[in-house]
Design a protein around this ligand. Structure first.
Ligand SMILES: C[S@@+](CC[C@H](N)C(=O)[O-])C[C@H]1O[C@@H](n2cnc3c(N)ncnc32)[C@H](O)[C@@H]1O
Length: 278
């Protein structure tokens, strides 16, 4: 979840940063994580989360309750949408917890959840069986769906990983029906030289076939969620094999992670974009 380039120890940072820039390494990393978590019940969401005092409680399957803050990010993402009876696509769905909860809660006609990791998709199919929910292993760009197939495209903390964000927005515009919406939340870096710079992403939106309806800054909510959820995440990490615990503390959105520091000191922002296909 973090920008490898900003890890504090220079020698390790440069190796990790160089590898993390390679799309094949990110794919391999998530496949490895998928294999590791294949049969694990926890960690059904892999995002910072959204925490706001007084946020309305929404029903969750009992075994998803511990991950409420991560699922709340999904819930908040679709707060202004009407998914019921619609065709919904999600890219970068990870372990599928968000897809499962939205498909059950809002009853879209179809919810197609996709991710580049085959391991994640196998585990998702095994764990989340709903008649309106399917899981497909595919990269987010290009997408293997015909033009104008979906009413909504959702994505949570997966765009930051894409090397070609403009290409992704073009694919979104292609697969959405007229009036269809791309609801996106992710973190971006304020440093303009980053491949995940917020300025570059805003420019890509302006040049895409999508119209910006709203942009909101959810950084404080993400920070609050990381602070509140960190003890639970650390306890989950403590159950991993020893050699993975150090990297996991840093990677998995705890208060010890570089991303948490970056969100706190303004080097990163957590944003929500609501885009519509005219
Ligand atoms: C930080 S996780 C977020 C997962 C999920 N959205 C959630 O919030 O729990 C990012 C996900 O993006 C996926 N991913 C990475 N590169 C991708 C690509 N090029 N196309 C599709 N998915 C990708 C990873 O496999 C991973 O599951």
């Amino acid at each position: 979840m973090n920008d490898a380039a900003s890890l504090s120890r220079p020698r390790r940072a440069s190796l990790w940063a160089r590898l993390w820039r390679r799309p094949w390494f990110k794919r391999l990393f998530y496949e490895g994580l998928g294999l590791l978590l294949l049969l694990r019940r926890g960690m059904q969401v892999l995002n910072c989360g959204f925490h706001e005092s007084g946020y309305p409680a929404f029903p969750l399957p009992l075994d998803y309750e511990p991950e409420r803050l991560g699922l709340q990010l999904y819930h908040k993402l679709v707060a202004g949408a009407d998914l019921t009876g619609r065709d919904v696509l999600e890219t970068g769905c990870g372990r599928g917890g968000g897809a499962r909860v939205l498909a059950e809660l809002y009853r879209p006609a179809s919810y197609t959840a996709t991710d580049a990791s085959r391991m994640f998709m196998w585990a998702c199919r095994w764990r989340n069986r709903l008649p309106n929910l399917r899981f497909i292993a595919t990269v987010a760009c290009p997408l293997p769906f015909p033009d104008t197939s979906f009413d909504y495209l959702l994505t949570v903390e997966a765009v930051n990983l894409l090397p070609d964000k403009a290409g992704y927005l073009a694919e979104a515009a292609r697969v959405l029906r007229p009036g269809g919406r791309l609801l996106l939340t992710d973190y971006f870096y304020t440093r303009e030289t980053s491949g995940n710079a917020v300025g570059k992403f805003r420019a890509a939106i302006a040049a895409s076939g999508l119209r910006l309806v709203a942009e909101e800054n959810w950084t404080a909510r993400a920070v609050a969620a990381l602070e509140s959820d960190s003890p639970r995440r650390r306890a989950e990490i403590a159950r991993l094999p020893g050699f993975l615990r150090g990297p996991a503390i840093s990677f998995a959105g705890t208060t010890a992670s570089p991303l948490y520091q970056q969100l706190c000191d303004g080097r990163a922002v957590h944003l929500h974009f609501d885009l519509v296909k005219a």
